[in-house]
Design a protein around this ligand. Sequence first.
Ligand code: SAH
Ligand code: SF4
Ligand code: F3S
Length: 442
Amino acid sequence: MKRFALKTYGCQMNVYDADTLRTALLRSGWEESDDDSAAVVIYTGCSIRDKAEHKIWSDLGRHAETWKRSGRPVVAVTGCIAQNIGKDILGRFPWVRVVSGPRSIGLLPDALAQALTGGECIDLRDRDASAYHAIGVPPVERENRWKAHVTIAHGCDNFCTYCIVPYVRGRFLSRAPREILDEIRQLVATGVREITLLGQNVNSYGADFSDGYRFSALLRDAASIAGVDRLRFVTSHPKDFTADICDAMDDCATICPSINLPIQSGSDRILALMNRSYTLERYTATIEMIRDRFPDAGVTSDLIVGFPGETEVDFNASVDALRRFRFDLVHTAAYSPRSGTVAATMDGQLPEEEKNRRLNYVNDLQRGIALEINKSLVGKRFSILLDGFAPRGEDTLQGRTDTDKVVLLRGGRGEDLGRFALVEISEADHWCLHGSLIRFLD
Ligand code: SAH
Ligand code: SF4
Ligand code: F3S
């Protein structure tokens, strides 16, 4: 029996890829195991920031001893990191026998089998940024039984100046609607209740089609599939978020009122340097449109502090934006130069201490805002999909509201996972709500 272990880092795009790979391997006779008994350990790694890459470097080093002793396990590195620095990884660790880029995933199962028989290292970094080798299976072998992500478009053509993604994931390529809808049907057939459509910029889905089929049409078609109790989508791009998306959300009750709309900066000068293609005014108009139509929508965002040349004035504009928009959650990051991107060579790179000072400041501010928002929900009732155990505590279940708030429910039982529950919020933290069960809804 060929045994593999999977170690996945990074965003949901990597998780989706790793889940499809797991499914393909299990279907072709492999067995999943822990690292110690695996013949092949497969890392799917992220390159978005320096820190993300460091994690994998240190993990890869840990195989030295068993490799010297037994020549096992064979290690494969895939995902964005492999495309970015796969060559360095191959040169550094003799136990890494396969590297493969995100768009070559369909070639991996055969490559892994071949690597087990010895021979040369296999280098499957993507050579053509427009080609795509699909693996052709839905991600049915996942960690979470009730929720699944479905990638609707590969790559990204936006080339924000700080970002490595267009270089490692290649050109924007929408998957055919029929392929996506079929995949959703297959997922629902295995008991999935919540689907999240996934892409670096889901709003531009279909921009590469000639028949006018766009993201809002896909939303409507996906929402109409029987068994899809909830439909979400990430990530939206402020330059492409149009009113027809709100129309689809209005018309289809299963599309959740929760939107991630990364702002990245509150300063027009920095937004232009970032090549984000919108101004604060345009961003504001989009948020207002969303909140006019869905006053209770959960709205989250992403923000980078310490971009090259970011002055105190620019930084304060980002701080003001957080105060003004009062997001439910913000993924904040200190700017990390990525080699090969435009921003990495810009003048005005800021020292680490200053970037960290700014990061701590916005994190403190946002924590306070999120706590205030969450406290205002105490006493309210929500329907949540119970989707797992809370990080700490065996007797506490966790679920999410349609607005994507985490709710912890004490006294839950494992057999209630996968059910919708009506809960009343009793307490609030900045990152979660605590609720008590009113009744199950199914
Ligand atoms: N496609 C999405 C985000 C993809 S990357 C978008 O357009 O917003 C996820 C997040 O990582 C980004 O929103 C950004 O905030 C952060 N990020 C990307 N590159 C970064 C870098 N070089 N340094 C710091 N944060 C970065
Ligand atoms: Fe990166 Fe910009 Fe593409 Fe998002 S839209 S993946 S930030 S280049
Ligand atoms: Fe990382 Fe690649 Fe996602 S770089 S954030 S895993 S698209």
